[in-house]
Design a protein around this ligand. Structure first.
Ligand code: GLA
Length: 685
């Protein structure tokens, strides 16, 4: 019987004996089956160099195993103990401004420092030796959110080695970095530094390569530990937790190939309905990464907050029922369970008010009662663990493109590839179309439609793969700035969007970035007939709005389906369509408003035979399926404050009720319908 994982980070090192006894009893009550142990426990495990104290951890693992609870055992290397930095000051990280950081917080290490690497491997090896064969050990959780960037001399030396391997010679590097600009030509490898504090704008290609280097350097630190753990415990999956956004400087798409199971931490920042959309994006991105990992297509929600959403200025308390609904939403999109940060709220430390399944109030609390209820729900839907999500649409999100667009000196300071990817995914989400978010432009044949939302960097190989895929019948929607630069961030001349010009059938002559309050109006083409229901309407009637960006687009094979109305671009193409072989390539030259974007992407998806999962549902009602051969499970999640009727047939595993045609979803309610084999509407492959 497949099972869903349930539990989260557990920090017994922070508590006395009597609390531990209660913890196990409460975990059993909540049906917790996986506890992540030891994440920041290095100073308790190795209080002095080479002196290990494993007794307390033996006791914790024995107790958990004795109660049927498995352990994701962490290597504690995300924060070395104070003795380490004092003994090896050169292994503490240095900022771009030259400040060496000190212990007292977390993630304080230089990933290139031999002393750090050696100490991390020693403690990982010791843990592997001690706990191989322990009945509780179900997974290795290496480190925690690899997130240290260091600009010290050790990092500089390693950076040079990485550059030599990438470019072979200095001529190639000087060319790739355009060092003739501002007299930066390098005559010796020793002259190259990590990007450090500079007088004015740094070299963007140097910054981009340093980010790639940092990702690879941390990946090497991870794989070194992974290999030790794999050798000691060949059957136990090894992973580390990924997290999206600026916190972690790594290219997860490359890392995904190195983990046995993609695991993500997710903390949305919107207290409103935007949180559900953010969570869907993160889940679909995790699924996209998991395509490249041995453990795919499933992935695991390794951490999320049980009862709070961090906003800019406060912690928003989740409404009753939201924790369970969000957990089911992650499982709907392929998570193999719901794990939280954290099990028990701490009494002190920097995150003393972060929420937990056992809050400060103790088990006599709404949150713990909801945790118990969730454990029961996950048991009832356990069979769906066998199913996988099948998406026919993909949104491409390329971390190096996101980094490149963070550079200063670009035409707009508000460019944000991640934001554009979320915007595209949100448009599909509102239309009920399930999409993978893919980190690499590989394996395209799985998809009928792909969106490139500001995919700024593009290699010749990537452009070639897209061209073949469209010619074979794919539907591509590329938005502004996609394909403008090569992998080094150099602009491809002769007209934007460089690598994609021929495929899209357009030539962009110049950019017109918009001020924050500026909007552009788009209308249908007065000349050629409209080609897309989303922009259909009376000729010259305004059909959509755009913001952030606009540009002078010339048709070079494509047709205009919408044009700019008013301003300097009045009457010029804004959205174009280019038939190529059996497929179609669309270009969108502005940031469409949410509604217009949803209509456009919804229409293109429909033309690609990739419609919504469950017909036309109201915005805020999510429907996602997991499939396993002939079986399927339809997850229905109502994030709105009103009840809605949804077409479904089968048995709702949460309530046990039979569903014959229509299911009434209460406000904030959820259902997981085990479908009748004949009643799986809305999906074609
Ligand atoms: C991250 C970390 C945890 C904790 C949580 C909550 O995901 O992995 O250690 O700090 O955030 O902030």
């Amino acid at each position: 019987m497949p099972r869903l994982l349930y539990g989260g980070d557990y920090n017994p090192e922070q508590w006395p004996e009597e609390v531990l006894a209660q913890d196990v009893e409460l975990m059993r009550r909540a049906r917790v089956n996986l506890a992540t142990v030891g994440v920041f426990a290095w100073s308790r495990l190795e209080p002095a160099p080479g002196e290990y104290e494993f007794g307390w951890l033996d006791d914790v693992l024995d107790r958990l195993a004795g109660n049927g609870i498995s352990v994701a055992l962490a290597t504690p290397t995300a924060q070395p103990p104070p003795w380490f930095g004092l003994a090896h000051p050169e292994a503490l990280p240095v900022t771009a401004e030259g400040v060496r950081l000190s212990h007292g917080s977390r993630d304080t290490y230089c990933g290139s420092a031999p002393a750090y690497r050696a100490a991390a491997l020693r403690i990982a090896t010791a843990l592997a030796g001690r706990y191989r064969g322990h009945p509780a050990l179900a997974m290795w959780h290496v480190h925690n959110e690899y997130s240290s960037t260091c600009h010290c001399d050790l990092a500089a030396e390693a950076f040079r080695g990485w550059l030599r391997a990438r470019y072979g010679g200095l001529d190639a590097l000087n060319d790739a970095w355009t060092t003739a600009f501002w007299s930066q030509g390098y005559g010796d490898w020793a002259q190259i530094q990590p990007p450090r504090a500079t007088r004015y704008l740094p070299n963007p290609a140097q910054v981009l390569d340093f980010r790639r280097f940092t990702s690879d350097e941390l990946l090497a630190a991870y794989t070194a530990q992974r290999d030790v753990l794999r050798a000691a415990t060949p059957g136990v999956p090894v992973t580390t937790n990924f997290v999206l956004g600026g916190w972690v400087p790594v290219d997860h798409a490359r890392w995904a190939r190195e983990v046995d199971l993609v695991a993500i931490d997710h903390y949305p920042g919107d207290p409103g309905a935007g949180a559900e959309q953010e969570a869907a994006f993160a889940a679909d991105l995790a699924r996209g990464w998991a395509r490249h990992s041995a453990g795919g297509p499933g992935w695991l929600l390794m951490e999320t907050a049980p009862n709070l959403i961090y906003t800019a200025d406060r912690m928003h308390t989740k409404e009753p029922g939201r924790m369970a609904r969000q957990s089911l939403a992650a499982i709907a999109r392929g998570s193999q369970g719901a794990l939280f940060f954290q099990w028990r709220a701490p009494r002190g430390g920097a995150e003393l008010f972060h929420s937990a399944l056992v809050p400060h109030a103790g088990p006599d609390s709404r949150v713990f009662r909801e945790a118990v209820a969730l454990g029961g729900q996950l048991d009832r839907i356990a069979e769906c663990a066998a199913g996988a999500v099948r998406a026919r649409v993909a949104v491409a999100y390329d971390e190096p493109s996101a980094w490149a667009l963070q550079a200063p000196g670009l035409p707009s300071s508000r460019l944000d590839h991640l934001g554009e990817a979320r915007h595209a995914h949100g448009a599909l989400w509102r239309r009920g179309v399930v999409a993978d978010v893919i980190g690499t432009l590989g394996g395209l044949d799985a998809y009928a439609m792909i969106v490139l939302p500001g995919h700024y960097l593009m290699s010749d190989d990537q452009a070639g793969a897209l061209r073949s895929w469209v010619a074979a019948g794919g539907r591509l929607v590329a938005t502004f700035l996609s394909g403008v630069a090569d992998e080094c961030g150099r602009v491809r001349t002769g007209g934007y969007p460089g690598a994609l010009r021929d495929l899209l059938g357009v030539r962009v002559e110049e950019f017109h970035p918009l001020a924050p309050d500026d909007r552009v109006a788009l209308h249908t083409d007065a000349g050629g007939g409209p080609r897309c229901p989303a922009v259909d309407g009376e000729p010259r009637r305004s059909v959509m709005g755009g913001e952030l960006w606009s540009e002078t687009v010339h048709l070079a094979g494509a047709e205009a389906v919408a044009r700019y109305a008013g301003g300097v671009l009045d009457g010029r193409p804004a959205i174009t369509r280019h038939a190529v072989g059996d497929g179609v390539a669309w270009y969108v030259s502005t940031r469409l408003d949410a509604d217009g974007y949803a209509r456009l992407l919804g229409a293109v998806a429909a033309s690609a035979g990739a419609g919504p999962e469950c017909g036309d549902l109201p915005c805020g009602v999510e429907a996602v399926r997991r499939h396993d051969g002939a079986r399927s499970w339809l997850f229905l999640l109502n994030h709105t404050g009103a009840a809605h009727d949804v077409p479904a047939a089968g048995v709702d595993l949460l309530s046990g009720a039979a569903v014959a045609g229509t299911l009434r979803l209460t406000a904030g309610g959820a259902a997981v319908v085990q479908e009748l084999p004949t009643a799986a509407p809305g999906f074609s492959r």
